[in-house]
Design a binder for this molecule. Structure first.
Ligand code: ZN
Length: 150
């Protein structure tokens, strides 16, 4: 395992053990649930959106370490962004977890890049992207479908 892989592993474990933005968001005005039947991951993303910008975010749910850590890392990245910015970030993130990006692309994503290792386990890609699908569905004001895209 390279130093970078070890660092990424630490980021994932840290977010899994001490999830950020975890819990209810009383003044949320958008929410959506995501469910990954392949793994049993289930989570709800809550957003407070004002003037098209995410002001606050949280998530709740249960699932594997990848899904929970990815949700925690994602929520740390959404505040202050518009839907278009979040979609653009997700597109870059998805390329990295699908193994399309270079190591530099992963690095450029900061903690989000820690999910890079998922690309070696195709069945886990849906775990890593679940929170994103839920967040985008919440921004669109509808419930996320069971994740079946990619
Ligand atoms: Zn999972």
């Amino acid at each position: 395992m390279s130093d970078l892989d070890e660092l990424y592993q630490e980021v994932i474990l840290d977010h899994y053990r001490r999830p950020r933005h975890h819990g209810d968001l009383p003044d949320a005005n958008r929410s959506a649930e995501g469910y990954n039947p392949l793994c049993g991951d289930r989570l709800t993303v809550y957003l407070k959106v004002e003037d098209g910008v995410v002001k606050d975010v949280s998530f709740q749910g249960t699932g594997c370490a990848i899904s929970q850590a990815s949700a925690s890392v994602m929520t740390s990245a959404l505040t202050g962004k518009t839907r278009a910015e979040i979609q653009a970030l997700f597109d870059r993130f998805r390329d990295v977890v699908l193994g399309k990006g270079s190591p530099d692309d992963a690095l450029a994503l900061g903690e989000l890049g820690a999910m890079h290792g998922v690309s070696q386990f195709p069945t886990r890609v849906k775990c890593a992207t679940l929170a994103w699908h839920a967040a985008l569905a919440a921004l669109d004001g509808k419930d996320a479908p069971s994740v079946s895209t990619e």
